[in-house]
Design a protein around this ligand. Sequence first.
Ligand code: SF4
Length: 461
Amino acid sequence: MSTFSVLTLGCRANQTDSEQISELLRTAGFEEVRPECAADLGIVNTCTVTAEADRKAGQMIRRLSRLCQLVIVTGCSVAPKGGLSDRSSFPENVLVVPPSQRDRILDFIPTVKAEPESLNSSVVIADATDKHGEVSSAEPFTSPKLNIKPHRVRALLKVQEGCNHMCTFCIVPLVRGPLRSLQANELLPRLHELVERGYHEVVLTGTHLALWGRDTASKRRFRGAAAAGTAVGGSGVETLSTVGLPNFADLLEELIKGSQGVRLRISSIEPMAFPVKILELMRAYPDRLCPHLHLVIQHASDKILAAMHRDYTLAQYDSLAQEFLRTVPGACLTTDVLVGFPGETEEDVQILLDYLKHTSFYHLHVFPYSQRAGTAAAGFSNQVPAQVKHERVRRVIALGEESARRVYASFVGTVRPVLAERSSPRPGYLLGRADNFLEVEFPGVVEQVGKIFQVAIPPRV
Ligand code: SF4
């Protein structure tokens, strides 16, 4: 049997894509091995969100090319506007499959489906991007029926692909293309299958989840607006449900009502266009919709948010975050922070630190800004020197760690449903995630991994 390994960079959406690729390969008879092992086939699923991510992707490609007979590189870095457009430096045994062709990965390597000896170590780069050009709204967004790794305790389900927003630092809309959404009737059969396989938690992922449904809604809106004389405003915090059109909360409700025996977790979500009905659903279905939001803030200075084209102010973000924390029992908030954006001054950093200090974030995912060719911000003249940027990152990370300890302590003694994920380094204990994302250590044995237990949150040892 042929073997394969996968290395993934980037966001949850990319992880979902990798799992879909793995599922395709397993279905074709491949056996998965760990990325540090030699394999017949290596997959590198790249991320191009920063120049640093492209650099890491290049490293991974070289590493796997030494361990594997053939390496397939896919993901955002090798999309038409991705950062690894110069493939001349790739080793000879590398095959490039752009993300638009990902679902057809086996077609690009037909011989690989046979026996290991048929793998050709001198396969040259096959670049399908020339034929397909930019990603368009017609680009299909499909996924194999099952997209799970057997050893995972939670499954990922991608409900939406692409973004129409164009934040000035982000290349993603150009590489993943515009918004495309899957409907509840396409998603429910997959959800049922995951439940049948014994999953107790499914994470709903997408590039810009809050915009789910707008691709289909905008067509209906056009007809509806013509008929009723109504219109929907810009992309601020507003909901399409106000004009009776579907949004992400409606999808969540359909998925909750159409399934049972599984809790749903919302992956990273943007505050722009966030449907507040999601909070109502969290209150109404506490066992089905996890009280956790990874609500991306990026910065707290309105000047920087405007320069990033984030389309909200700190006051708007805060009002949503506070409503979530105040009204959803057990609510836990996490976020992404981008530090060192062009034009960021010490005063902006102070605004950011003050806000983070006074808001209950359980986890901060802190990124230093890096210039990404092809984005508007890459051309801004007021770039922050690398040394200054890294010193600011260090301060934000330190504050985040303090905040995480504070939030965790506030839950000690409360009882929460915890999904057991893996053995703890401490013998006789397991590590798991509560519904609200707290990482919890509790007594247990490895046979209990994958199940949910009511756990009194213990003090940290
Ligand atoms: S909302 Fe902004 S950061 Fe998120 S994918 Fe779209 S452009 Fe990128």
